[in-house]
Write a protein that binds this ligand. Structure first.
Ligand SMILES: C[S@@+](CC[C@H](N)C(=O)[O-])C[C@H]1O[C@@H](n2cnc3c(N)ncnc32)[C@H](O)[C@@H]1O
Length: 198
């Protein structure tokens, strides 16, 4: 995980490990899925910034051995994250060769992006790096999502969230911010949701 605040094991981390998820971030995706119901069997999913893999495991369980998930990260997935319908690409999501490999496995019905830059502690730098990753995730959604597809993208608050949502509204029938309860109170991250690609 990129952010130091997630390093200390707590109740939610222990619960995640005991349920077979390598990170507590799974509870954020669970809440998003309870609200928006994007995950169904036979879906093709692209997971950006996927390591150590709790979102990937959650998706694999929802797919029930159908559909497919392509997961991308700079770092490897945890060893127990595997599935016949999982393809992992280790690399930088901003890299053209990585984008080409992801495109070859698409198109997708859902793009999820929990990618976060390694934080410096400088809020302006961290937020602007996060915004760069969000813009790249929007690019993936534009290039690789089928019409009718959806996306979920993490963003650090404090940047131009309204500008990002405006860009997403050009691509999707609706776009909105959603902050899961599972985001720790002190966390300055939230999620941008794109619904029903035009
Ligand atoms: C919060 S963690 C993701 C947790 C994951 N969703 C899970 O549930 O296990 C953020 C991830 O973004 C990845 N990341 C950051 N920048 C990236 C980039 N340019 N390309 C690929 N992955 C990136 C980091 O390596 C890190 O593993």
């Amino acid at each position: 995980m990129a952010t130091a605040r997630y390093d200390k094991p707590d109740f939610w981390s222990r619960k995640a490990f005991s349920e077979g998820y390598p990170a507590r971030s799974v509870y954020k995706l669970q809440e998003i899925d309870e609200k928006f119901r994007f995950l169904k069997p036979h879906t093709k999913v692209l997971d950006l910034g996927a390591s150590p893999g709790s979102w990937t495991v959650f998706v694999l369980r929802k797919l029930e051995n159908t559909g497919h998930i392509t997961s991308i990260d700079l770092s490897p997935l945890a060893k127990n994250v595997r599935g016949d319908n999982l393809t992992f690409i280790q690399g930088d999501m901003t890299d053209a060769a990585v984008r080409e490999r992801a495109a070859a496995l698409g198109p997708y019905q859902l793009v999820i992006c929990d990618a976060a830059p390694a934080t410096t502690g400088n809020r302006i730098i961290d937020t602007s790096r996060s915004t760069g990753l969000v813009e790249m995730a929007i690019y993936y959604a534009e290039a690789m999502l089928n019409s009718g597809g959806n996306c979920v993208i993490k963003v650090f608050q404090g940047g131009d969230q309204q500008g990002l949502l405006k860009k997403m509204r050009g691509l999707f029938a609706a776009a909105k911010g959603f902050k899961p309860e599972a985001c720790r109170a002190e966390s300055f991250e939230t999620y941008l949701i794109g619904i029903n690609k035009k």
